[in-house]
Design a binder for this molecule. Structure first.
Ligand SMILES: C[S@@+](CC[C@H](N)C(=O)[O-])C[C@H]1O[C@@H](n2cnc3c(N)ncnc32)[C@H](O)[C@@H]1O
Length: 212
C-alpha cells in the first residue's frame, strides 16, 4: 500500500533538498570513498552479482557512479528532488526511463523486481512511524538482495538536523529489517569509520531474501 507524501519528503523536495544538491559533487575523493565501501559490500554478493539495481534516494548518484565501475548492472532510481533527478539524467547516471519521481513510501518502478534494492542515508530521513511502509515497498522491489547504509543507534532517536526538527532519525536499522521481514538473512555488515574512510560513521547491512 502506498503512503501519503510526508512532511519529510516535502522538505527534501523543496529548498533544503535543492541546496543539498548544490553542496554535493561527484569529486574523485567522494567517488573513491564510495568505491571502497561498495567493494566491501559486493564481496558478499561475489558468487551471484546483481544484474539490476535500484537506489531509493540517490540524490546526484554518488553510489551509482561508483557501482558502475564495479559491476555491469542496469540501474534504476527513485528520487523525490527534481533538481537531483535533472543531474542524474543530464550526467547520464540513470536513463530517464529508469528514473522515477517518487519516495520510499510510494513508488512503482521497476515492473520486475530488481536483484538489489538499497538505500544510503535515506531511511534516516524517514519518521519512525512511516518506516515500515517504506521498507515494505523496498522489500517488494527486490527479488534477491537488500542493502542499507544508515546511521546506527541502539535505540530509536530523533536528532536535530542542520537546525531542523523531525528530519533526522537513527536506530538499529539492521534489526528493524530482520524483525519485520523474516525471509531476510543477514550476509554481512560493516561500519564506515569517518577517521579512516571519510564517510560519515555509517553502518551498512547486506541482506538476502531466502527463497521458498
Ligand atoms: C542524504 S541524501 C543521500 C543521497 C545518496 N543516497 C547518497 O548516499 O549520496 C538523501 C536523499 O534521499 C532523498 N530522500 C529523502 N527522503 C526520501 C524518501 N522518503 N524516499 C526516497 N528518497 C528520499 C533526498 O531527496 C536525497 O536525495
Amino acid at each position: 500500500m502506498s503512503q501519503d507524501e510526508t512532511e519529510q519528503v516535502k522538505f527534501w523536495r523543496g529548498d533544503f533538498g535543492n541546496s543539498y544538491v548544490d553542496r554535493n559533487a561527484p569529486s574523485h575523493e567522494h567517488l573513491r570513498m564510495r568505491l571502497s565501501m561498495w567493494s566491501r559490500i559486493f564481496r558478499y554478493m561475489a558468487a551471484d552479482m546483481p544484474k539490476s539495481i535500484l537506489e531509493v534516494g540517490p540524490n546526484i548518484g554518488l553510489n551509482i557512479r561508483a557501482m558502475k565501475m564495479l559491476c555491469d548492472a542496469e540501474f534504476f532510481a527513485v528520487e523525490p528532488n527534481a533538481k537531483a533527478r535533472q543531474v542524474l539524467v543530464e550526467e547520464g547516471v540513470v536513463s530517464p526511463a529508469n528514473l522515477q519521481d517518487g519516495f520510499a513510501g510510494d513508488f512503482t518502478l521497476p515492473d520486475v523486481p530488481v536483484d538489489l534494492a538499497f538505500t544510503a542515508g535515506v531511511l534516516i530521513h524517514i519518521h519512525h512511524d512511516d518506516l515500515l511502509a517504506a521498507c515494505r515497498n523496498i522489500h517488494k522491489s527486490s527479488g534477491k538482495y537488500i542493502v542499507c547504509n544508515e546511521y546506527f543507534s541502539d535505540k530509536p532517536e530523533a536528532i536535530p538536523y542542520r537546525g531542523h526538527g523531525d528530519k533526522l532519525f537513527k536506530r538499529d536499522y539492521g534489526a528493524f529489517w530482520l524483525d519485520n521481514f523474516p525471509d531476510l538473512k543477514c550476509l554481512g555488515y560493516g561500519f564506515e569509520w569517518k577517521a579512516m574512510t571519510g564517510l560519515d560513521n555509517s553502518t551498512w547491512w547486506v541482506f538476502e531474501k531466502r527463497q521458498g
